[in-house]
Ligand binder design. Structure first.
Ligand code: ZN
Length: 161
């Protein structure tokens, strides 16, 4: 059986964000490329997310471990800073998973990220946009805290970047 890119991506779906166990690195948009050579050497490219988010090393090791667990012994995992990650790269499936997890997905934006969008959040519980940002600093650097004026619950949002 020869390896395919799709096969590798399916395996990598098993690797989750250490802070958000429902979100795979593939859906997070961190896995930016998979190349398989004629000799079946697998090269995986990763782009780090937030500079302040820990665990990129951990994620890289997790990718390597997952490949090995599936019998792939020839691989290279490259952390590339060429194309910066942004939160628009989170897949629609990933956004859905975030919401089910009770974490508001980052709003998609065009071109420039301004302050308004940082304050904008739609409630993951009732979908209301009538929300107020309490603090841009949530329990981790990647999250902000919001309050829903409709269902009166606090919730966290994965910050747009
Ligand atoms: Zn609500």
């Amino acid at each position: 059986m020869s390896l395919t890119k799709e096969h590798i991506l399916t395996l990598l779906e098993e690797v989750k964000d250490p802070e958000i166990p429902v979100l795979s690195l593939v859906d997070l948009g961190v896995i930016t490329g998979v190349v398989i050579s004629e000799e079946e050497h697998v090269t995986v490219n990763m782009t780090p997310t937030f500079a302040g988010c820990p665990a990129m090393d951990y994620m890289k090791k997790d990718v390597e471990r997952t490949l090995e667990q599936h019998g792939i012994s020839k691989y290279t995992v490259i952390m590339s800073f060429d194309k910066p990650w942004d939160s628009n790269k989170i897949s629609d499936k990933g956004r859905q998973h975030l919401k089910e997890f009770g974490l508001a997905p980052p709003p998609k934006y065009n071109m420039v990220l301004d302050l308004d969008i940082l304050e904008y959040a739609s409630c993951p519980y009732c979908n209301s946009d009538n929300t107020t940002m309490r603090t841009p600093f949530g329990p981790t650097l990647c999250r902000s805290m919001h309050y829903c004026n409709d269902c009166r619950q606090m919730f966290e949002q994965f910050k747009p970047l």
